[in-house]
Design a protein around this ligand. Structure first.
Ligand code: C2E
Ligand code: MG
Ligand code: MG
Ligand code: MG
Length: 279
């Protein structure tokens, strides 16, 4: 497993692990190539309010592999993290996202959409991350409020003081923050108090069984209640069915993302969905 690349405890007698290491090494070589060959692309998944109106999208990285086709991040994000390739990869995603935001700015139907971009811990911890974002916003003339950065607790845990500082610097620019995978970590409630968080994203693991697992339903209800009380917008991810949507809506969830509404898709498909909804 790629996770183990970080430790120094391989057993080289284990042929399966050796195969895995070789496969990972091969993937990282190919990934480096992919970045140069512009094979790193972004899919978009729309986010909706309870009226079914599109309010934004999440940028989700994909690798357009010459032989293997479209690869999902499960295949390469961990390897990118371990090799440091996550830095150029993350920069590419941010740049493509800002480019897209500036295109949306040019049309009245898409003017108010926000775009959420996942930021890896290593990427956020780069010394020049704030400057990098500031420069992109300026280059593409984007109202900073349109860009939402998705952080996870692992980013915050890495270096709390530094993270707080950077978040405030970015917040001062107008950039907003979503706390991704909310509920899956340790002590999220502290962060809600201390950090400039505009949105929490209920992890899909809580949404999945919401219609028949009373515990999951209770957790989701509580997260929504906390968010609403603190005036932090709550979005649910992994909304796959009408029933998921109904339970969430009945409990005053603000925004929704999931296959029930829209799959992650290339931008041309997203734009045609947006245009068809606009008429
Ligand atoms: P995430 O940020 O929590 O993104 C949500 C994932 O759930 C996405 O998987 C999305 O395609 C998937 N999803 C959306 N709706 C549904 C649904 O209704 N049901 C189910 N079962 N899944 C749904 P994806 O695109 O494979 O991305 C996986 C993870 O990879 C992301 O989780 C995020 O942590 C990471 N990732 C994606 N893009 C980037 C990126 O540009 N940079 C970094 N650092 N990480 C990224
Ligand atoms: Mg995300
Ligand atoms: Mg998430
Ligand atoms: Mg998730």
């Amino acid at each position: 497993k790629a996770k183990q690349l970080g430790r120094n405890t391989y057993c080289f007698h284990d042929p399966e692990m050796l195969n895995q290491l070789e496969a990972n090494a091969q993937t990282s070589i190919e990934l480096r190539e992919a970045l140069n060959q512009e094979q790193i692309v972004v899919f978009y998944q729309l986010q909706f309010d309870s009226q079914g109106k599109a309010i934004g999208a999440e940028a989700l990285v994909r690798w357009q592999h010459p032989e293997k086709g479209i690869l999902s991040p499960a295949f390469f994000i961990e390897i990118a993290e371990h090799t440091g390739l996550i830095i150029p990869l993350g920069q590419r995603v941010l740049q493509l996202s800002c480019e897209q935001l500036s295109r949306w700015q040019a049309q009245p139907e898409t003017l108010e959409l926000t775009l959420s971009v996942n930021v890896s811990p290593k990427q956020f911890q780069q010394a020049d991350f704030v400057d990098y974002v500031r420069q992109l916003l300026a280059d593409y003339k984007i109202p900073p409020g349109r860009l939402k950065l998705e952080l996870t607790e692992s980013t915050i845990l890495g270096n709390v003081l530094e993270t707080v500082q950077k978040m405030h610097q970015l917040r001062a620019l107008g950039v907003t923050f979503s706390l991704d995978d909310f509920g899956t970590g340790y002590s999220s409630l502290q962060y809600l108090k201390q950090l400039p968080i505009d949105q929490i994203k209920i992890d899909q693991s809580f949404v999945r069984d919401i219609t028949h697992d009373p515990d999951d339903k209770a957790i989701v209800k509580s997260i929504i209640a906390i968010g609403n009380a603190l005036q932090i917008q709550v979005i649910a991810e992994g909304v796959e069915t009408q029933q998921h949507f109904a339970v969430l809506r009945d409990n005053a969830c603000f925004a929704y993302q999931g296959y029930y509404f829209c799959r992650p898709m290339p931008i041309e498909d997203i734009n045609s969905v947006l245009m068809s909804k606009a008429v």
